[in-house]
Structures are given as structure tokens and as C-alpha cells.
Design a protein around this ligand. Sequence first.
Ligand code: ADP
Ligand code: MG
Length: 237
Amino acid sequence: HISPEAYRAKHEITIIGNESPAPFMTFQSTCFPPEILREVQQAGFSAPSPIQAQSWPITLKGRDIVAVAKTGSGKTLGYLLPGFILVKNLRNNSRDGPTVLVLSPTRELATQIQDEAVKFGRSSRISSTCLYGGAPKGPQLRDLERGADIVVATPGRLNDILEMRKVSLHQVAYLVLDEADRMLDMGFEPQIRKIVKQVQPKRQTLMFTATWPKEVRKIASDLLTNPVQVNIGNTDQ
Ligand code: ADP
Ligand code: MG
């Protein structure tokens, strides 16, 4: 058992902001519901990854967060598991639109996130659907009609479906910009801003990114409210 300070030093965690809760060094300390703890145990995970350990206590407080950590560090469950808990707490009718919206740069990444949401959310009765371009809209629209607590989407396809008025974002309370640096590299900034205008200002916004260049800082300062930032390792500026 080590102190929060020793854990942060060991995993090169730095926090910027007016909140620095102790990291959740074990799954038990997260106080996640038993069905979620069972899922991570069944997946064979022994402990939260550093970005999970330090971002979860901040996210669960309802704060906006910027999380900077390299690929492969467990960012997906970093935002999904607190999102599951929010869905359970709010218990919206998923047919009125999703509670959680995750924006992702590519079809491949969106599909991976969707797979993780399905796998880890099943026992919590979380429904999730995935919207991406390069595939027919019909099946995606039918999935949406069935209702989904979580929508994972690439920005272009989501805007197409928004224009068709086939989904409403008025219930979104938890907005995730995943791989924000890549989305901006791919030219999605106007699409992202258009989408975010349709999400209520009274929301929690989370940005996950592998790098922290000035374009990403700018959109973070425009879309997030008083965020806490968590960096893992040397995040080259
Ligand atoms: P990132 O988004 O940071 O690139 P991912 O969320 O894709 O990383 O996670 C990388 C891999 O690590 C996935 O296979 C995921 O299931 C696994 N993983 C996530 N959390 C943990 C954990 N706490 N312990 C072990 N493996 C984990
Ligand atoms: Mg990722």
C-alpha cells in the first residue's frame, strides 16, 4: 500500500486544476457497483490503469476533465465506467435520446469503443449504439429507434443523422471527445462545434487525447468548463 503522492510519482501523474483527489489504486476503492466490479474482474484486470485511477475520482465528482495519456493506457474505460454510473443514476428514457455521447475520429475506433461499451455495460443494462460513415444509414437508424443510453459516433455521420432529425441530443449530460487531437488533425473541428451546440450547456464534458498541442488547448478552453487536467507521463507539448 503506497501513498497517493508515491503512486503519482511512480506513474508520472500530474494534475493541473483546483482538485486533486487521491487516485483509486484498487478497484475496490472506486465504490463502483458490484456488476461493474464483476466485469473488470472477469476481464482479468488486476488494478485500474493510472489514467483510470486518477481520472475516475475527478469524473465521479462531476467535474470536466482533460486526460492526456498515450495510446493503450485504458482511456476507453476511463470515460465509459463513470458514464455507466451516470446513466443508471439519471434513468432517462433512452428513446428520448442518449445520456452519453462519445465522439471518435474513425469508424474503426468508434467500433472498438462500442464493443467495450457492450461488453462492460451488459450486466449494468446499458444500451449503446454506434454511428459511422462509409456504411448504410438504415441499420444505424433502426438501432437508434430502439433507444440507446450511449451513442458512439464519428462527427460527420452524427451530423448527417442530426440533420435528418433522427436523433436528439437534448438529454446528453455526459459528452466525451475521444482522441481529440486526431479529430482535429482530421479536420473535424467545425463538425464537433456544430454537434456541441446541440448539447445542453449544463453537461459534463470530458476530453481524452494522446497529445496536447495548442489547437486542442483552444477547443478545450471553448468547450469545457473549469476542467481539471490529468497527464500521464511526459506529454510532449
Ligand atoms: P487507449 O484508449 O488509452 O488507447 P484502451 O482504452 O483502448 O486504451 O485500452 C487498451 C487495452 O487495455 C484494452 O484492451 C483494454 O481492455 C485494456 N484495459 C483497460 N483497462 C485496463 C486495466 N485496468 N487493466 C488491464 N487492462 C486494461
Ligand atoms: Mg482510445
